[in-house]
Write a protein that binds this ligand. Structure first.
Ligand SMILES: [Cu+2]
Length: 391
């Protein structure tokens, strides 16, 4: 009878072993192999903490089952009656505390280094759209959209099962992000419409793209290869159709890719056009012109739009955290002189650049505009005052 009972589990175990050797070998039981230092640290933390959990599991359940068996009533055990054993209470508080701190310490270290995107070799601005990604290489001048490339007839299943799915079904794009191996890549992640998430598990990055904010993340590709991910925030009806593909290449291959991609990009606007856009109405101006407050304000609005609005925004509300609001700010509501000096000289150590290159009337106009729009001072600043303020 007893042997008969054992037979069924034995057969089941044999079946499972057969699976493990054959069919199950095709499956990944592990998480994806890490391909960046941060992903490696996350991977090590994952298994480190898992081992701690398993050890605790065996200690706790071992003690429990041993106690149940050893001190069972049928064996004649009598329950001990004691309360408030201070020593035991201290021990069972201190041990878990030590275990928790021992796990939190390396986890916090990893979290902090994940956020340290300083000293990067390459910076790429990543902008999310419904439903695709845009990559803008800050140093190399390459900028393009990356779209899902899985054919629609593999996706549509309105009539029958559709075409057979490809190997990288819904995880393939027309133009992947390409980066050189071994270089620190800083990503500036933002969004154009709703919240998206730039998530590539093997690179150890899962970062929200939030409209109006720029969040940074970094990775260093430790090995060449193709790494795939997806948008990780439900962002609308085609959320599942905005995959991410990152190709990590050798340095020479990367340089070649930059050249080829640049050649395919639309030509930049001619320099005269850029200069004209940056300084409207900078053309020949009578230096002795007598300005009215209204004229300065109107001109200032143009100068502001061309030079200031990209950071401080057209509304004057700024763009947190790098670009403070002007609306009601200390500078806009404070003394004229400090305001003029800020525009002329900028603020060292911040994103505020000096605007010395603007003409006296441009600076006077923009200061007048800012003070009229975002302070209740409404005082006009004349070009002569700017001239006097220049060193
Ligand atoms: Cu999305």
């Amino acid at each position: 009878m007893f042997l008969k009972l054992l037979r069924a589990p034995a057969a089941l175990a044999t079946l499972l072993l057969a699976f493990a050797g054959g069919a199950l070998a095709d499956y990944q039981i592990d998480i994806l192999p890490p391909a960046s230092p941060m992903a490696q640290e996350a991977y090590d933390l994952h298994f480190g903490v898992l081992i701690v959990c398993v050890v605790i599991f065996f200690i706790v359940f071992g003690a429990m089952f041993w106690s149940i068996l050893k001190h069972r009533r049928s064996a004649g055990a009598k329950a001990a009656q004691f309360h408030e054993n201070t020593t035991i209470e201290i021990i069972w508080t201190v041990i878990p505390l030590v275990v928790l701190v021992a796990m939190a310490w390396p986890a916090t270290k990893t979290m902090l280094s994940m956020k340290d995107a300083a000293n990067a070799d390459i910076t790429i601005k990543v902008t999310a759209y419904q439903w695709r990604w845009e990559y803008d290489y800050q140093q190399d001048g390459v900028r393009f959209f990356s779209n899902l490339s899985t054919p629609r007839d593999q996706i549509d299943e309105r009539e029958g099962a559709g075409k057979p799915k490809g190997e990288n079904y819904l995880l393939e794009v027309d133009r992947p992000m390409v980066v050189p191996v071994g270089k620190k890549v800083r990503l500036l992640i933002t969004s154009n419409d709703v919240i998206h998430g730039w998530y590539v598990p093997q690179l150890g990055i899962n970062q929200y793209g939030i409209p109006g904010f720029i969040k940074d993340a970094w990775f260093t590709g430790t090995k060449a290869g193709t790494f795939r991910g997806q948008c990780s925030q439900i962002c609308g009806k085609e959320h599942g159709y905005m995959p991410i593909v990152v190709e990590v290449k050798g340095e020479a291959d990367y340089a070649k890719w930059v050249q080829e991609t640049k050649a395919k990009m639309p030509p930049p606007p001619p320099p005269q056009q850029v200069a004209a856009a940056a300084a409207p109405a900078a053309a020949a101006e009578d230096p002795n012109k007598k300005w009215t407050a209204e004229e300065l304000k109107a001109k200032g609005e143009q100068v502001y739009a061309a030079n200031c609005a990209s950071c401080h925004q057209a509304t004057g509300k700024g763009l947190a955290p790098a670009f403070p609001p002007l609306d009601g700010s200390k500078i806009a509501t404070g003394a004229k002189g400090a305001h003029i000096a800020m525009v002329l000289n900028g603020k060292p150590g911040t994103a505020m650049a000096p605007f010395k290159h603007l003409s006296d009337s441009d600076v006077a106009a923009v200061v007048t505009y800012e003070r009229t729009a975002w302070s209740n001072k409404a005082d006009a600043v004349m070009p002569a005052e700017v001239k006097a303020a220049r060193k």
